[in-house]
Write a protein that binds this ligand. Structure first.
Ligand SMILES: Nc1nc2c(ncn2[C@@H]2O[C@H](COP(=O)(O)OP(=O)(O)OP(=O)(O)O)[C@@H](O)[C@H]2O)c(=O)[nH]1
Ligand SMILES: [Mg+2]
Ligand SMILES: [Zn+2]
Length: 296
């Protein structure tokens, strides 16, 4: 494996230095040392990206900086744990929007299934996830402890380039260690008091999979504000809205306050869950506010 630095001049410009070269990037580099044990080089050029997964960088960056989490990927795996920490659909809705936007396949992993063994499968907190599977997203129920869903996860990762993403402590690194023990990724327990993770993984790193493909493990993130989406376009990235939107009275309907909106009718009728519509409205509002604030 070649250890490379990024040529200084590539870091100039409006973009965050940390996203000049990210996991999954293809680069051209100059060999500095071809010593077999520890070869090194310097990155001269990052080749054009086929696609990417990006979010808005932390607020302190001024609210207008893109943070590219990974480039040139086939699929993004949203990892949620059902307990310790508890799951949030809002995160999944937003990540799937980013995936739809850039043509990346979205997959949902519900981990720590062993911790909800006594909860009936049709309890709302568990059955709500079936909605994503009805929409066509693969939903995999896993437990790193019991082995549930591990072979399914292994198979969906094989021969593809994927990114594992989710809150700290959901078990991203643990799952990868079970799938491929040689990875020996560092993991740690969630804190007892708050039930939150400890941010054990500190950078996004890409690993080859034994049976083919590549997997990137990434540090836990709390929120996900998708990058580069117009408020007027966000409805197009909710596949459950796009079909029925043809029956809204107005072609420009944002499914919010407009009269004779088919999406709202389906929400009232129970065909689209209220939480799903709420997630859409919250994202729409965020994107509008962001545009008002920063003027683009
Ligand atoms: N009960 C149970 N615990 C699990 C499961 N998967 C992971 N854990 C535990 O959850 C804790 C956190 O696991 P990590 O793999 O470090 O979580 P992570 O998502 O990589 O966290 P960050 O690197 O901080 O983002 C560890 O104590 C794991 O043993 C599971 O399926 N069931
Ligand atoms: Mg980790
Ligand atoms: Zn509508």
């Amino acid at each position: 494996m070649w250890t490379c630095k990024v040529r200084g001049r590539l870091k100039k410009g409006p973009r965050l230095a940390q996203t000049v070269a990210v996991a999954g990037d293809r680069v051209r580099f100059l060999v500095l040392d071809s010593d077999l044990d520890n070869p090194s080089g310097i990155i001269e050029e990052v080749l054009p990206r086929r696609n990417r997964i990006s979010r808005l960088a932390a607020r302190r960056s001024g609210g207008r900086t893109e943070q590219v989490l990974m480039a040139n990927l086939d699929q993004v795996v949203a990892v949620q744990s059902l307990r310790e920490p508890s799951a949030q659909t809002g995160f999944v809705d937003r990540l799937l929007v980013a995936a739809e936007r850039f043509g990346v396949t979205g997959i949902l992993v519900l981990n720590k299934w062993d911790l909800v063994a006594d909860v009936p499968e049709d309890a709302p907190e568990l059955s709500q996830w079936d909605y994503f599977s009805d929409l066509g997203y693969p939903v995999i129920k896993t437990s790193a402890t019991s082995g549930l869903g591990i072979s399914e996860l292994h198979d969906i990762l094989t021969n593809r380039i994927s990114l594992m993403i989710g809150a700290s402590g959901t078990g991203k690194s643990t799952l990868l260690n079970v799938i491929q023990p040689g990875l020996k990724l560092r993991v740690s327990e969630v804190t007892g008091k708050t039930g939150l993770g400890r941010h054990t993984t500190t950078r996004t790193e890409l690993f080859p999979l034994r049976d083919g493909g590549f997997i990137a493990d990434s540090p836990g993130i709390r929120g996900f504000d998708p990058w580069d989406i117009d408020p007027e376009r966000v409805r197009d990235y909710f596949p459950d809205f796009t079909d029925c939107a043809r029956d809204c009275k107005f072609r420009t309907c944002l499914h919010r306050d407009e009269p004779q909106c088919r999406v709202k009718a389906l929400v009232s009728g129970g065909k689209i869950p209220v939480w799903r519509h709420q997630a859409y409205l919250a994202l729409l509002r965020d994107l509008e506010e962001r545009r008002d604030r920063s003027g683009y």
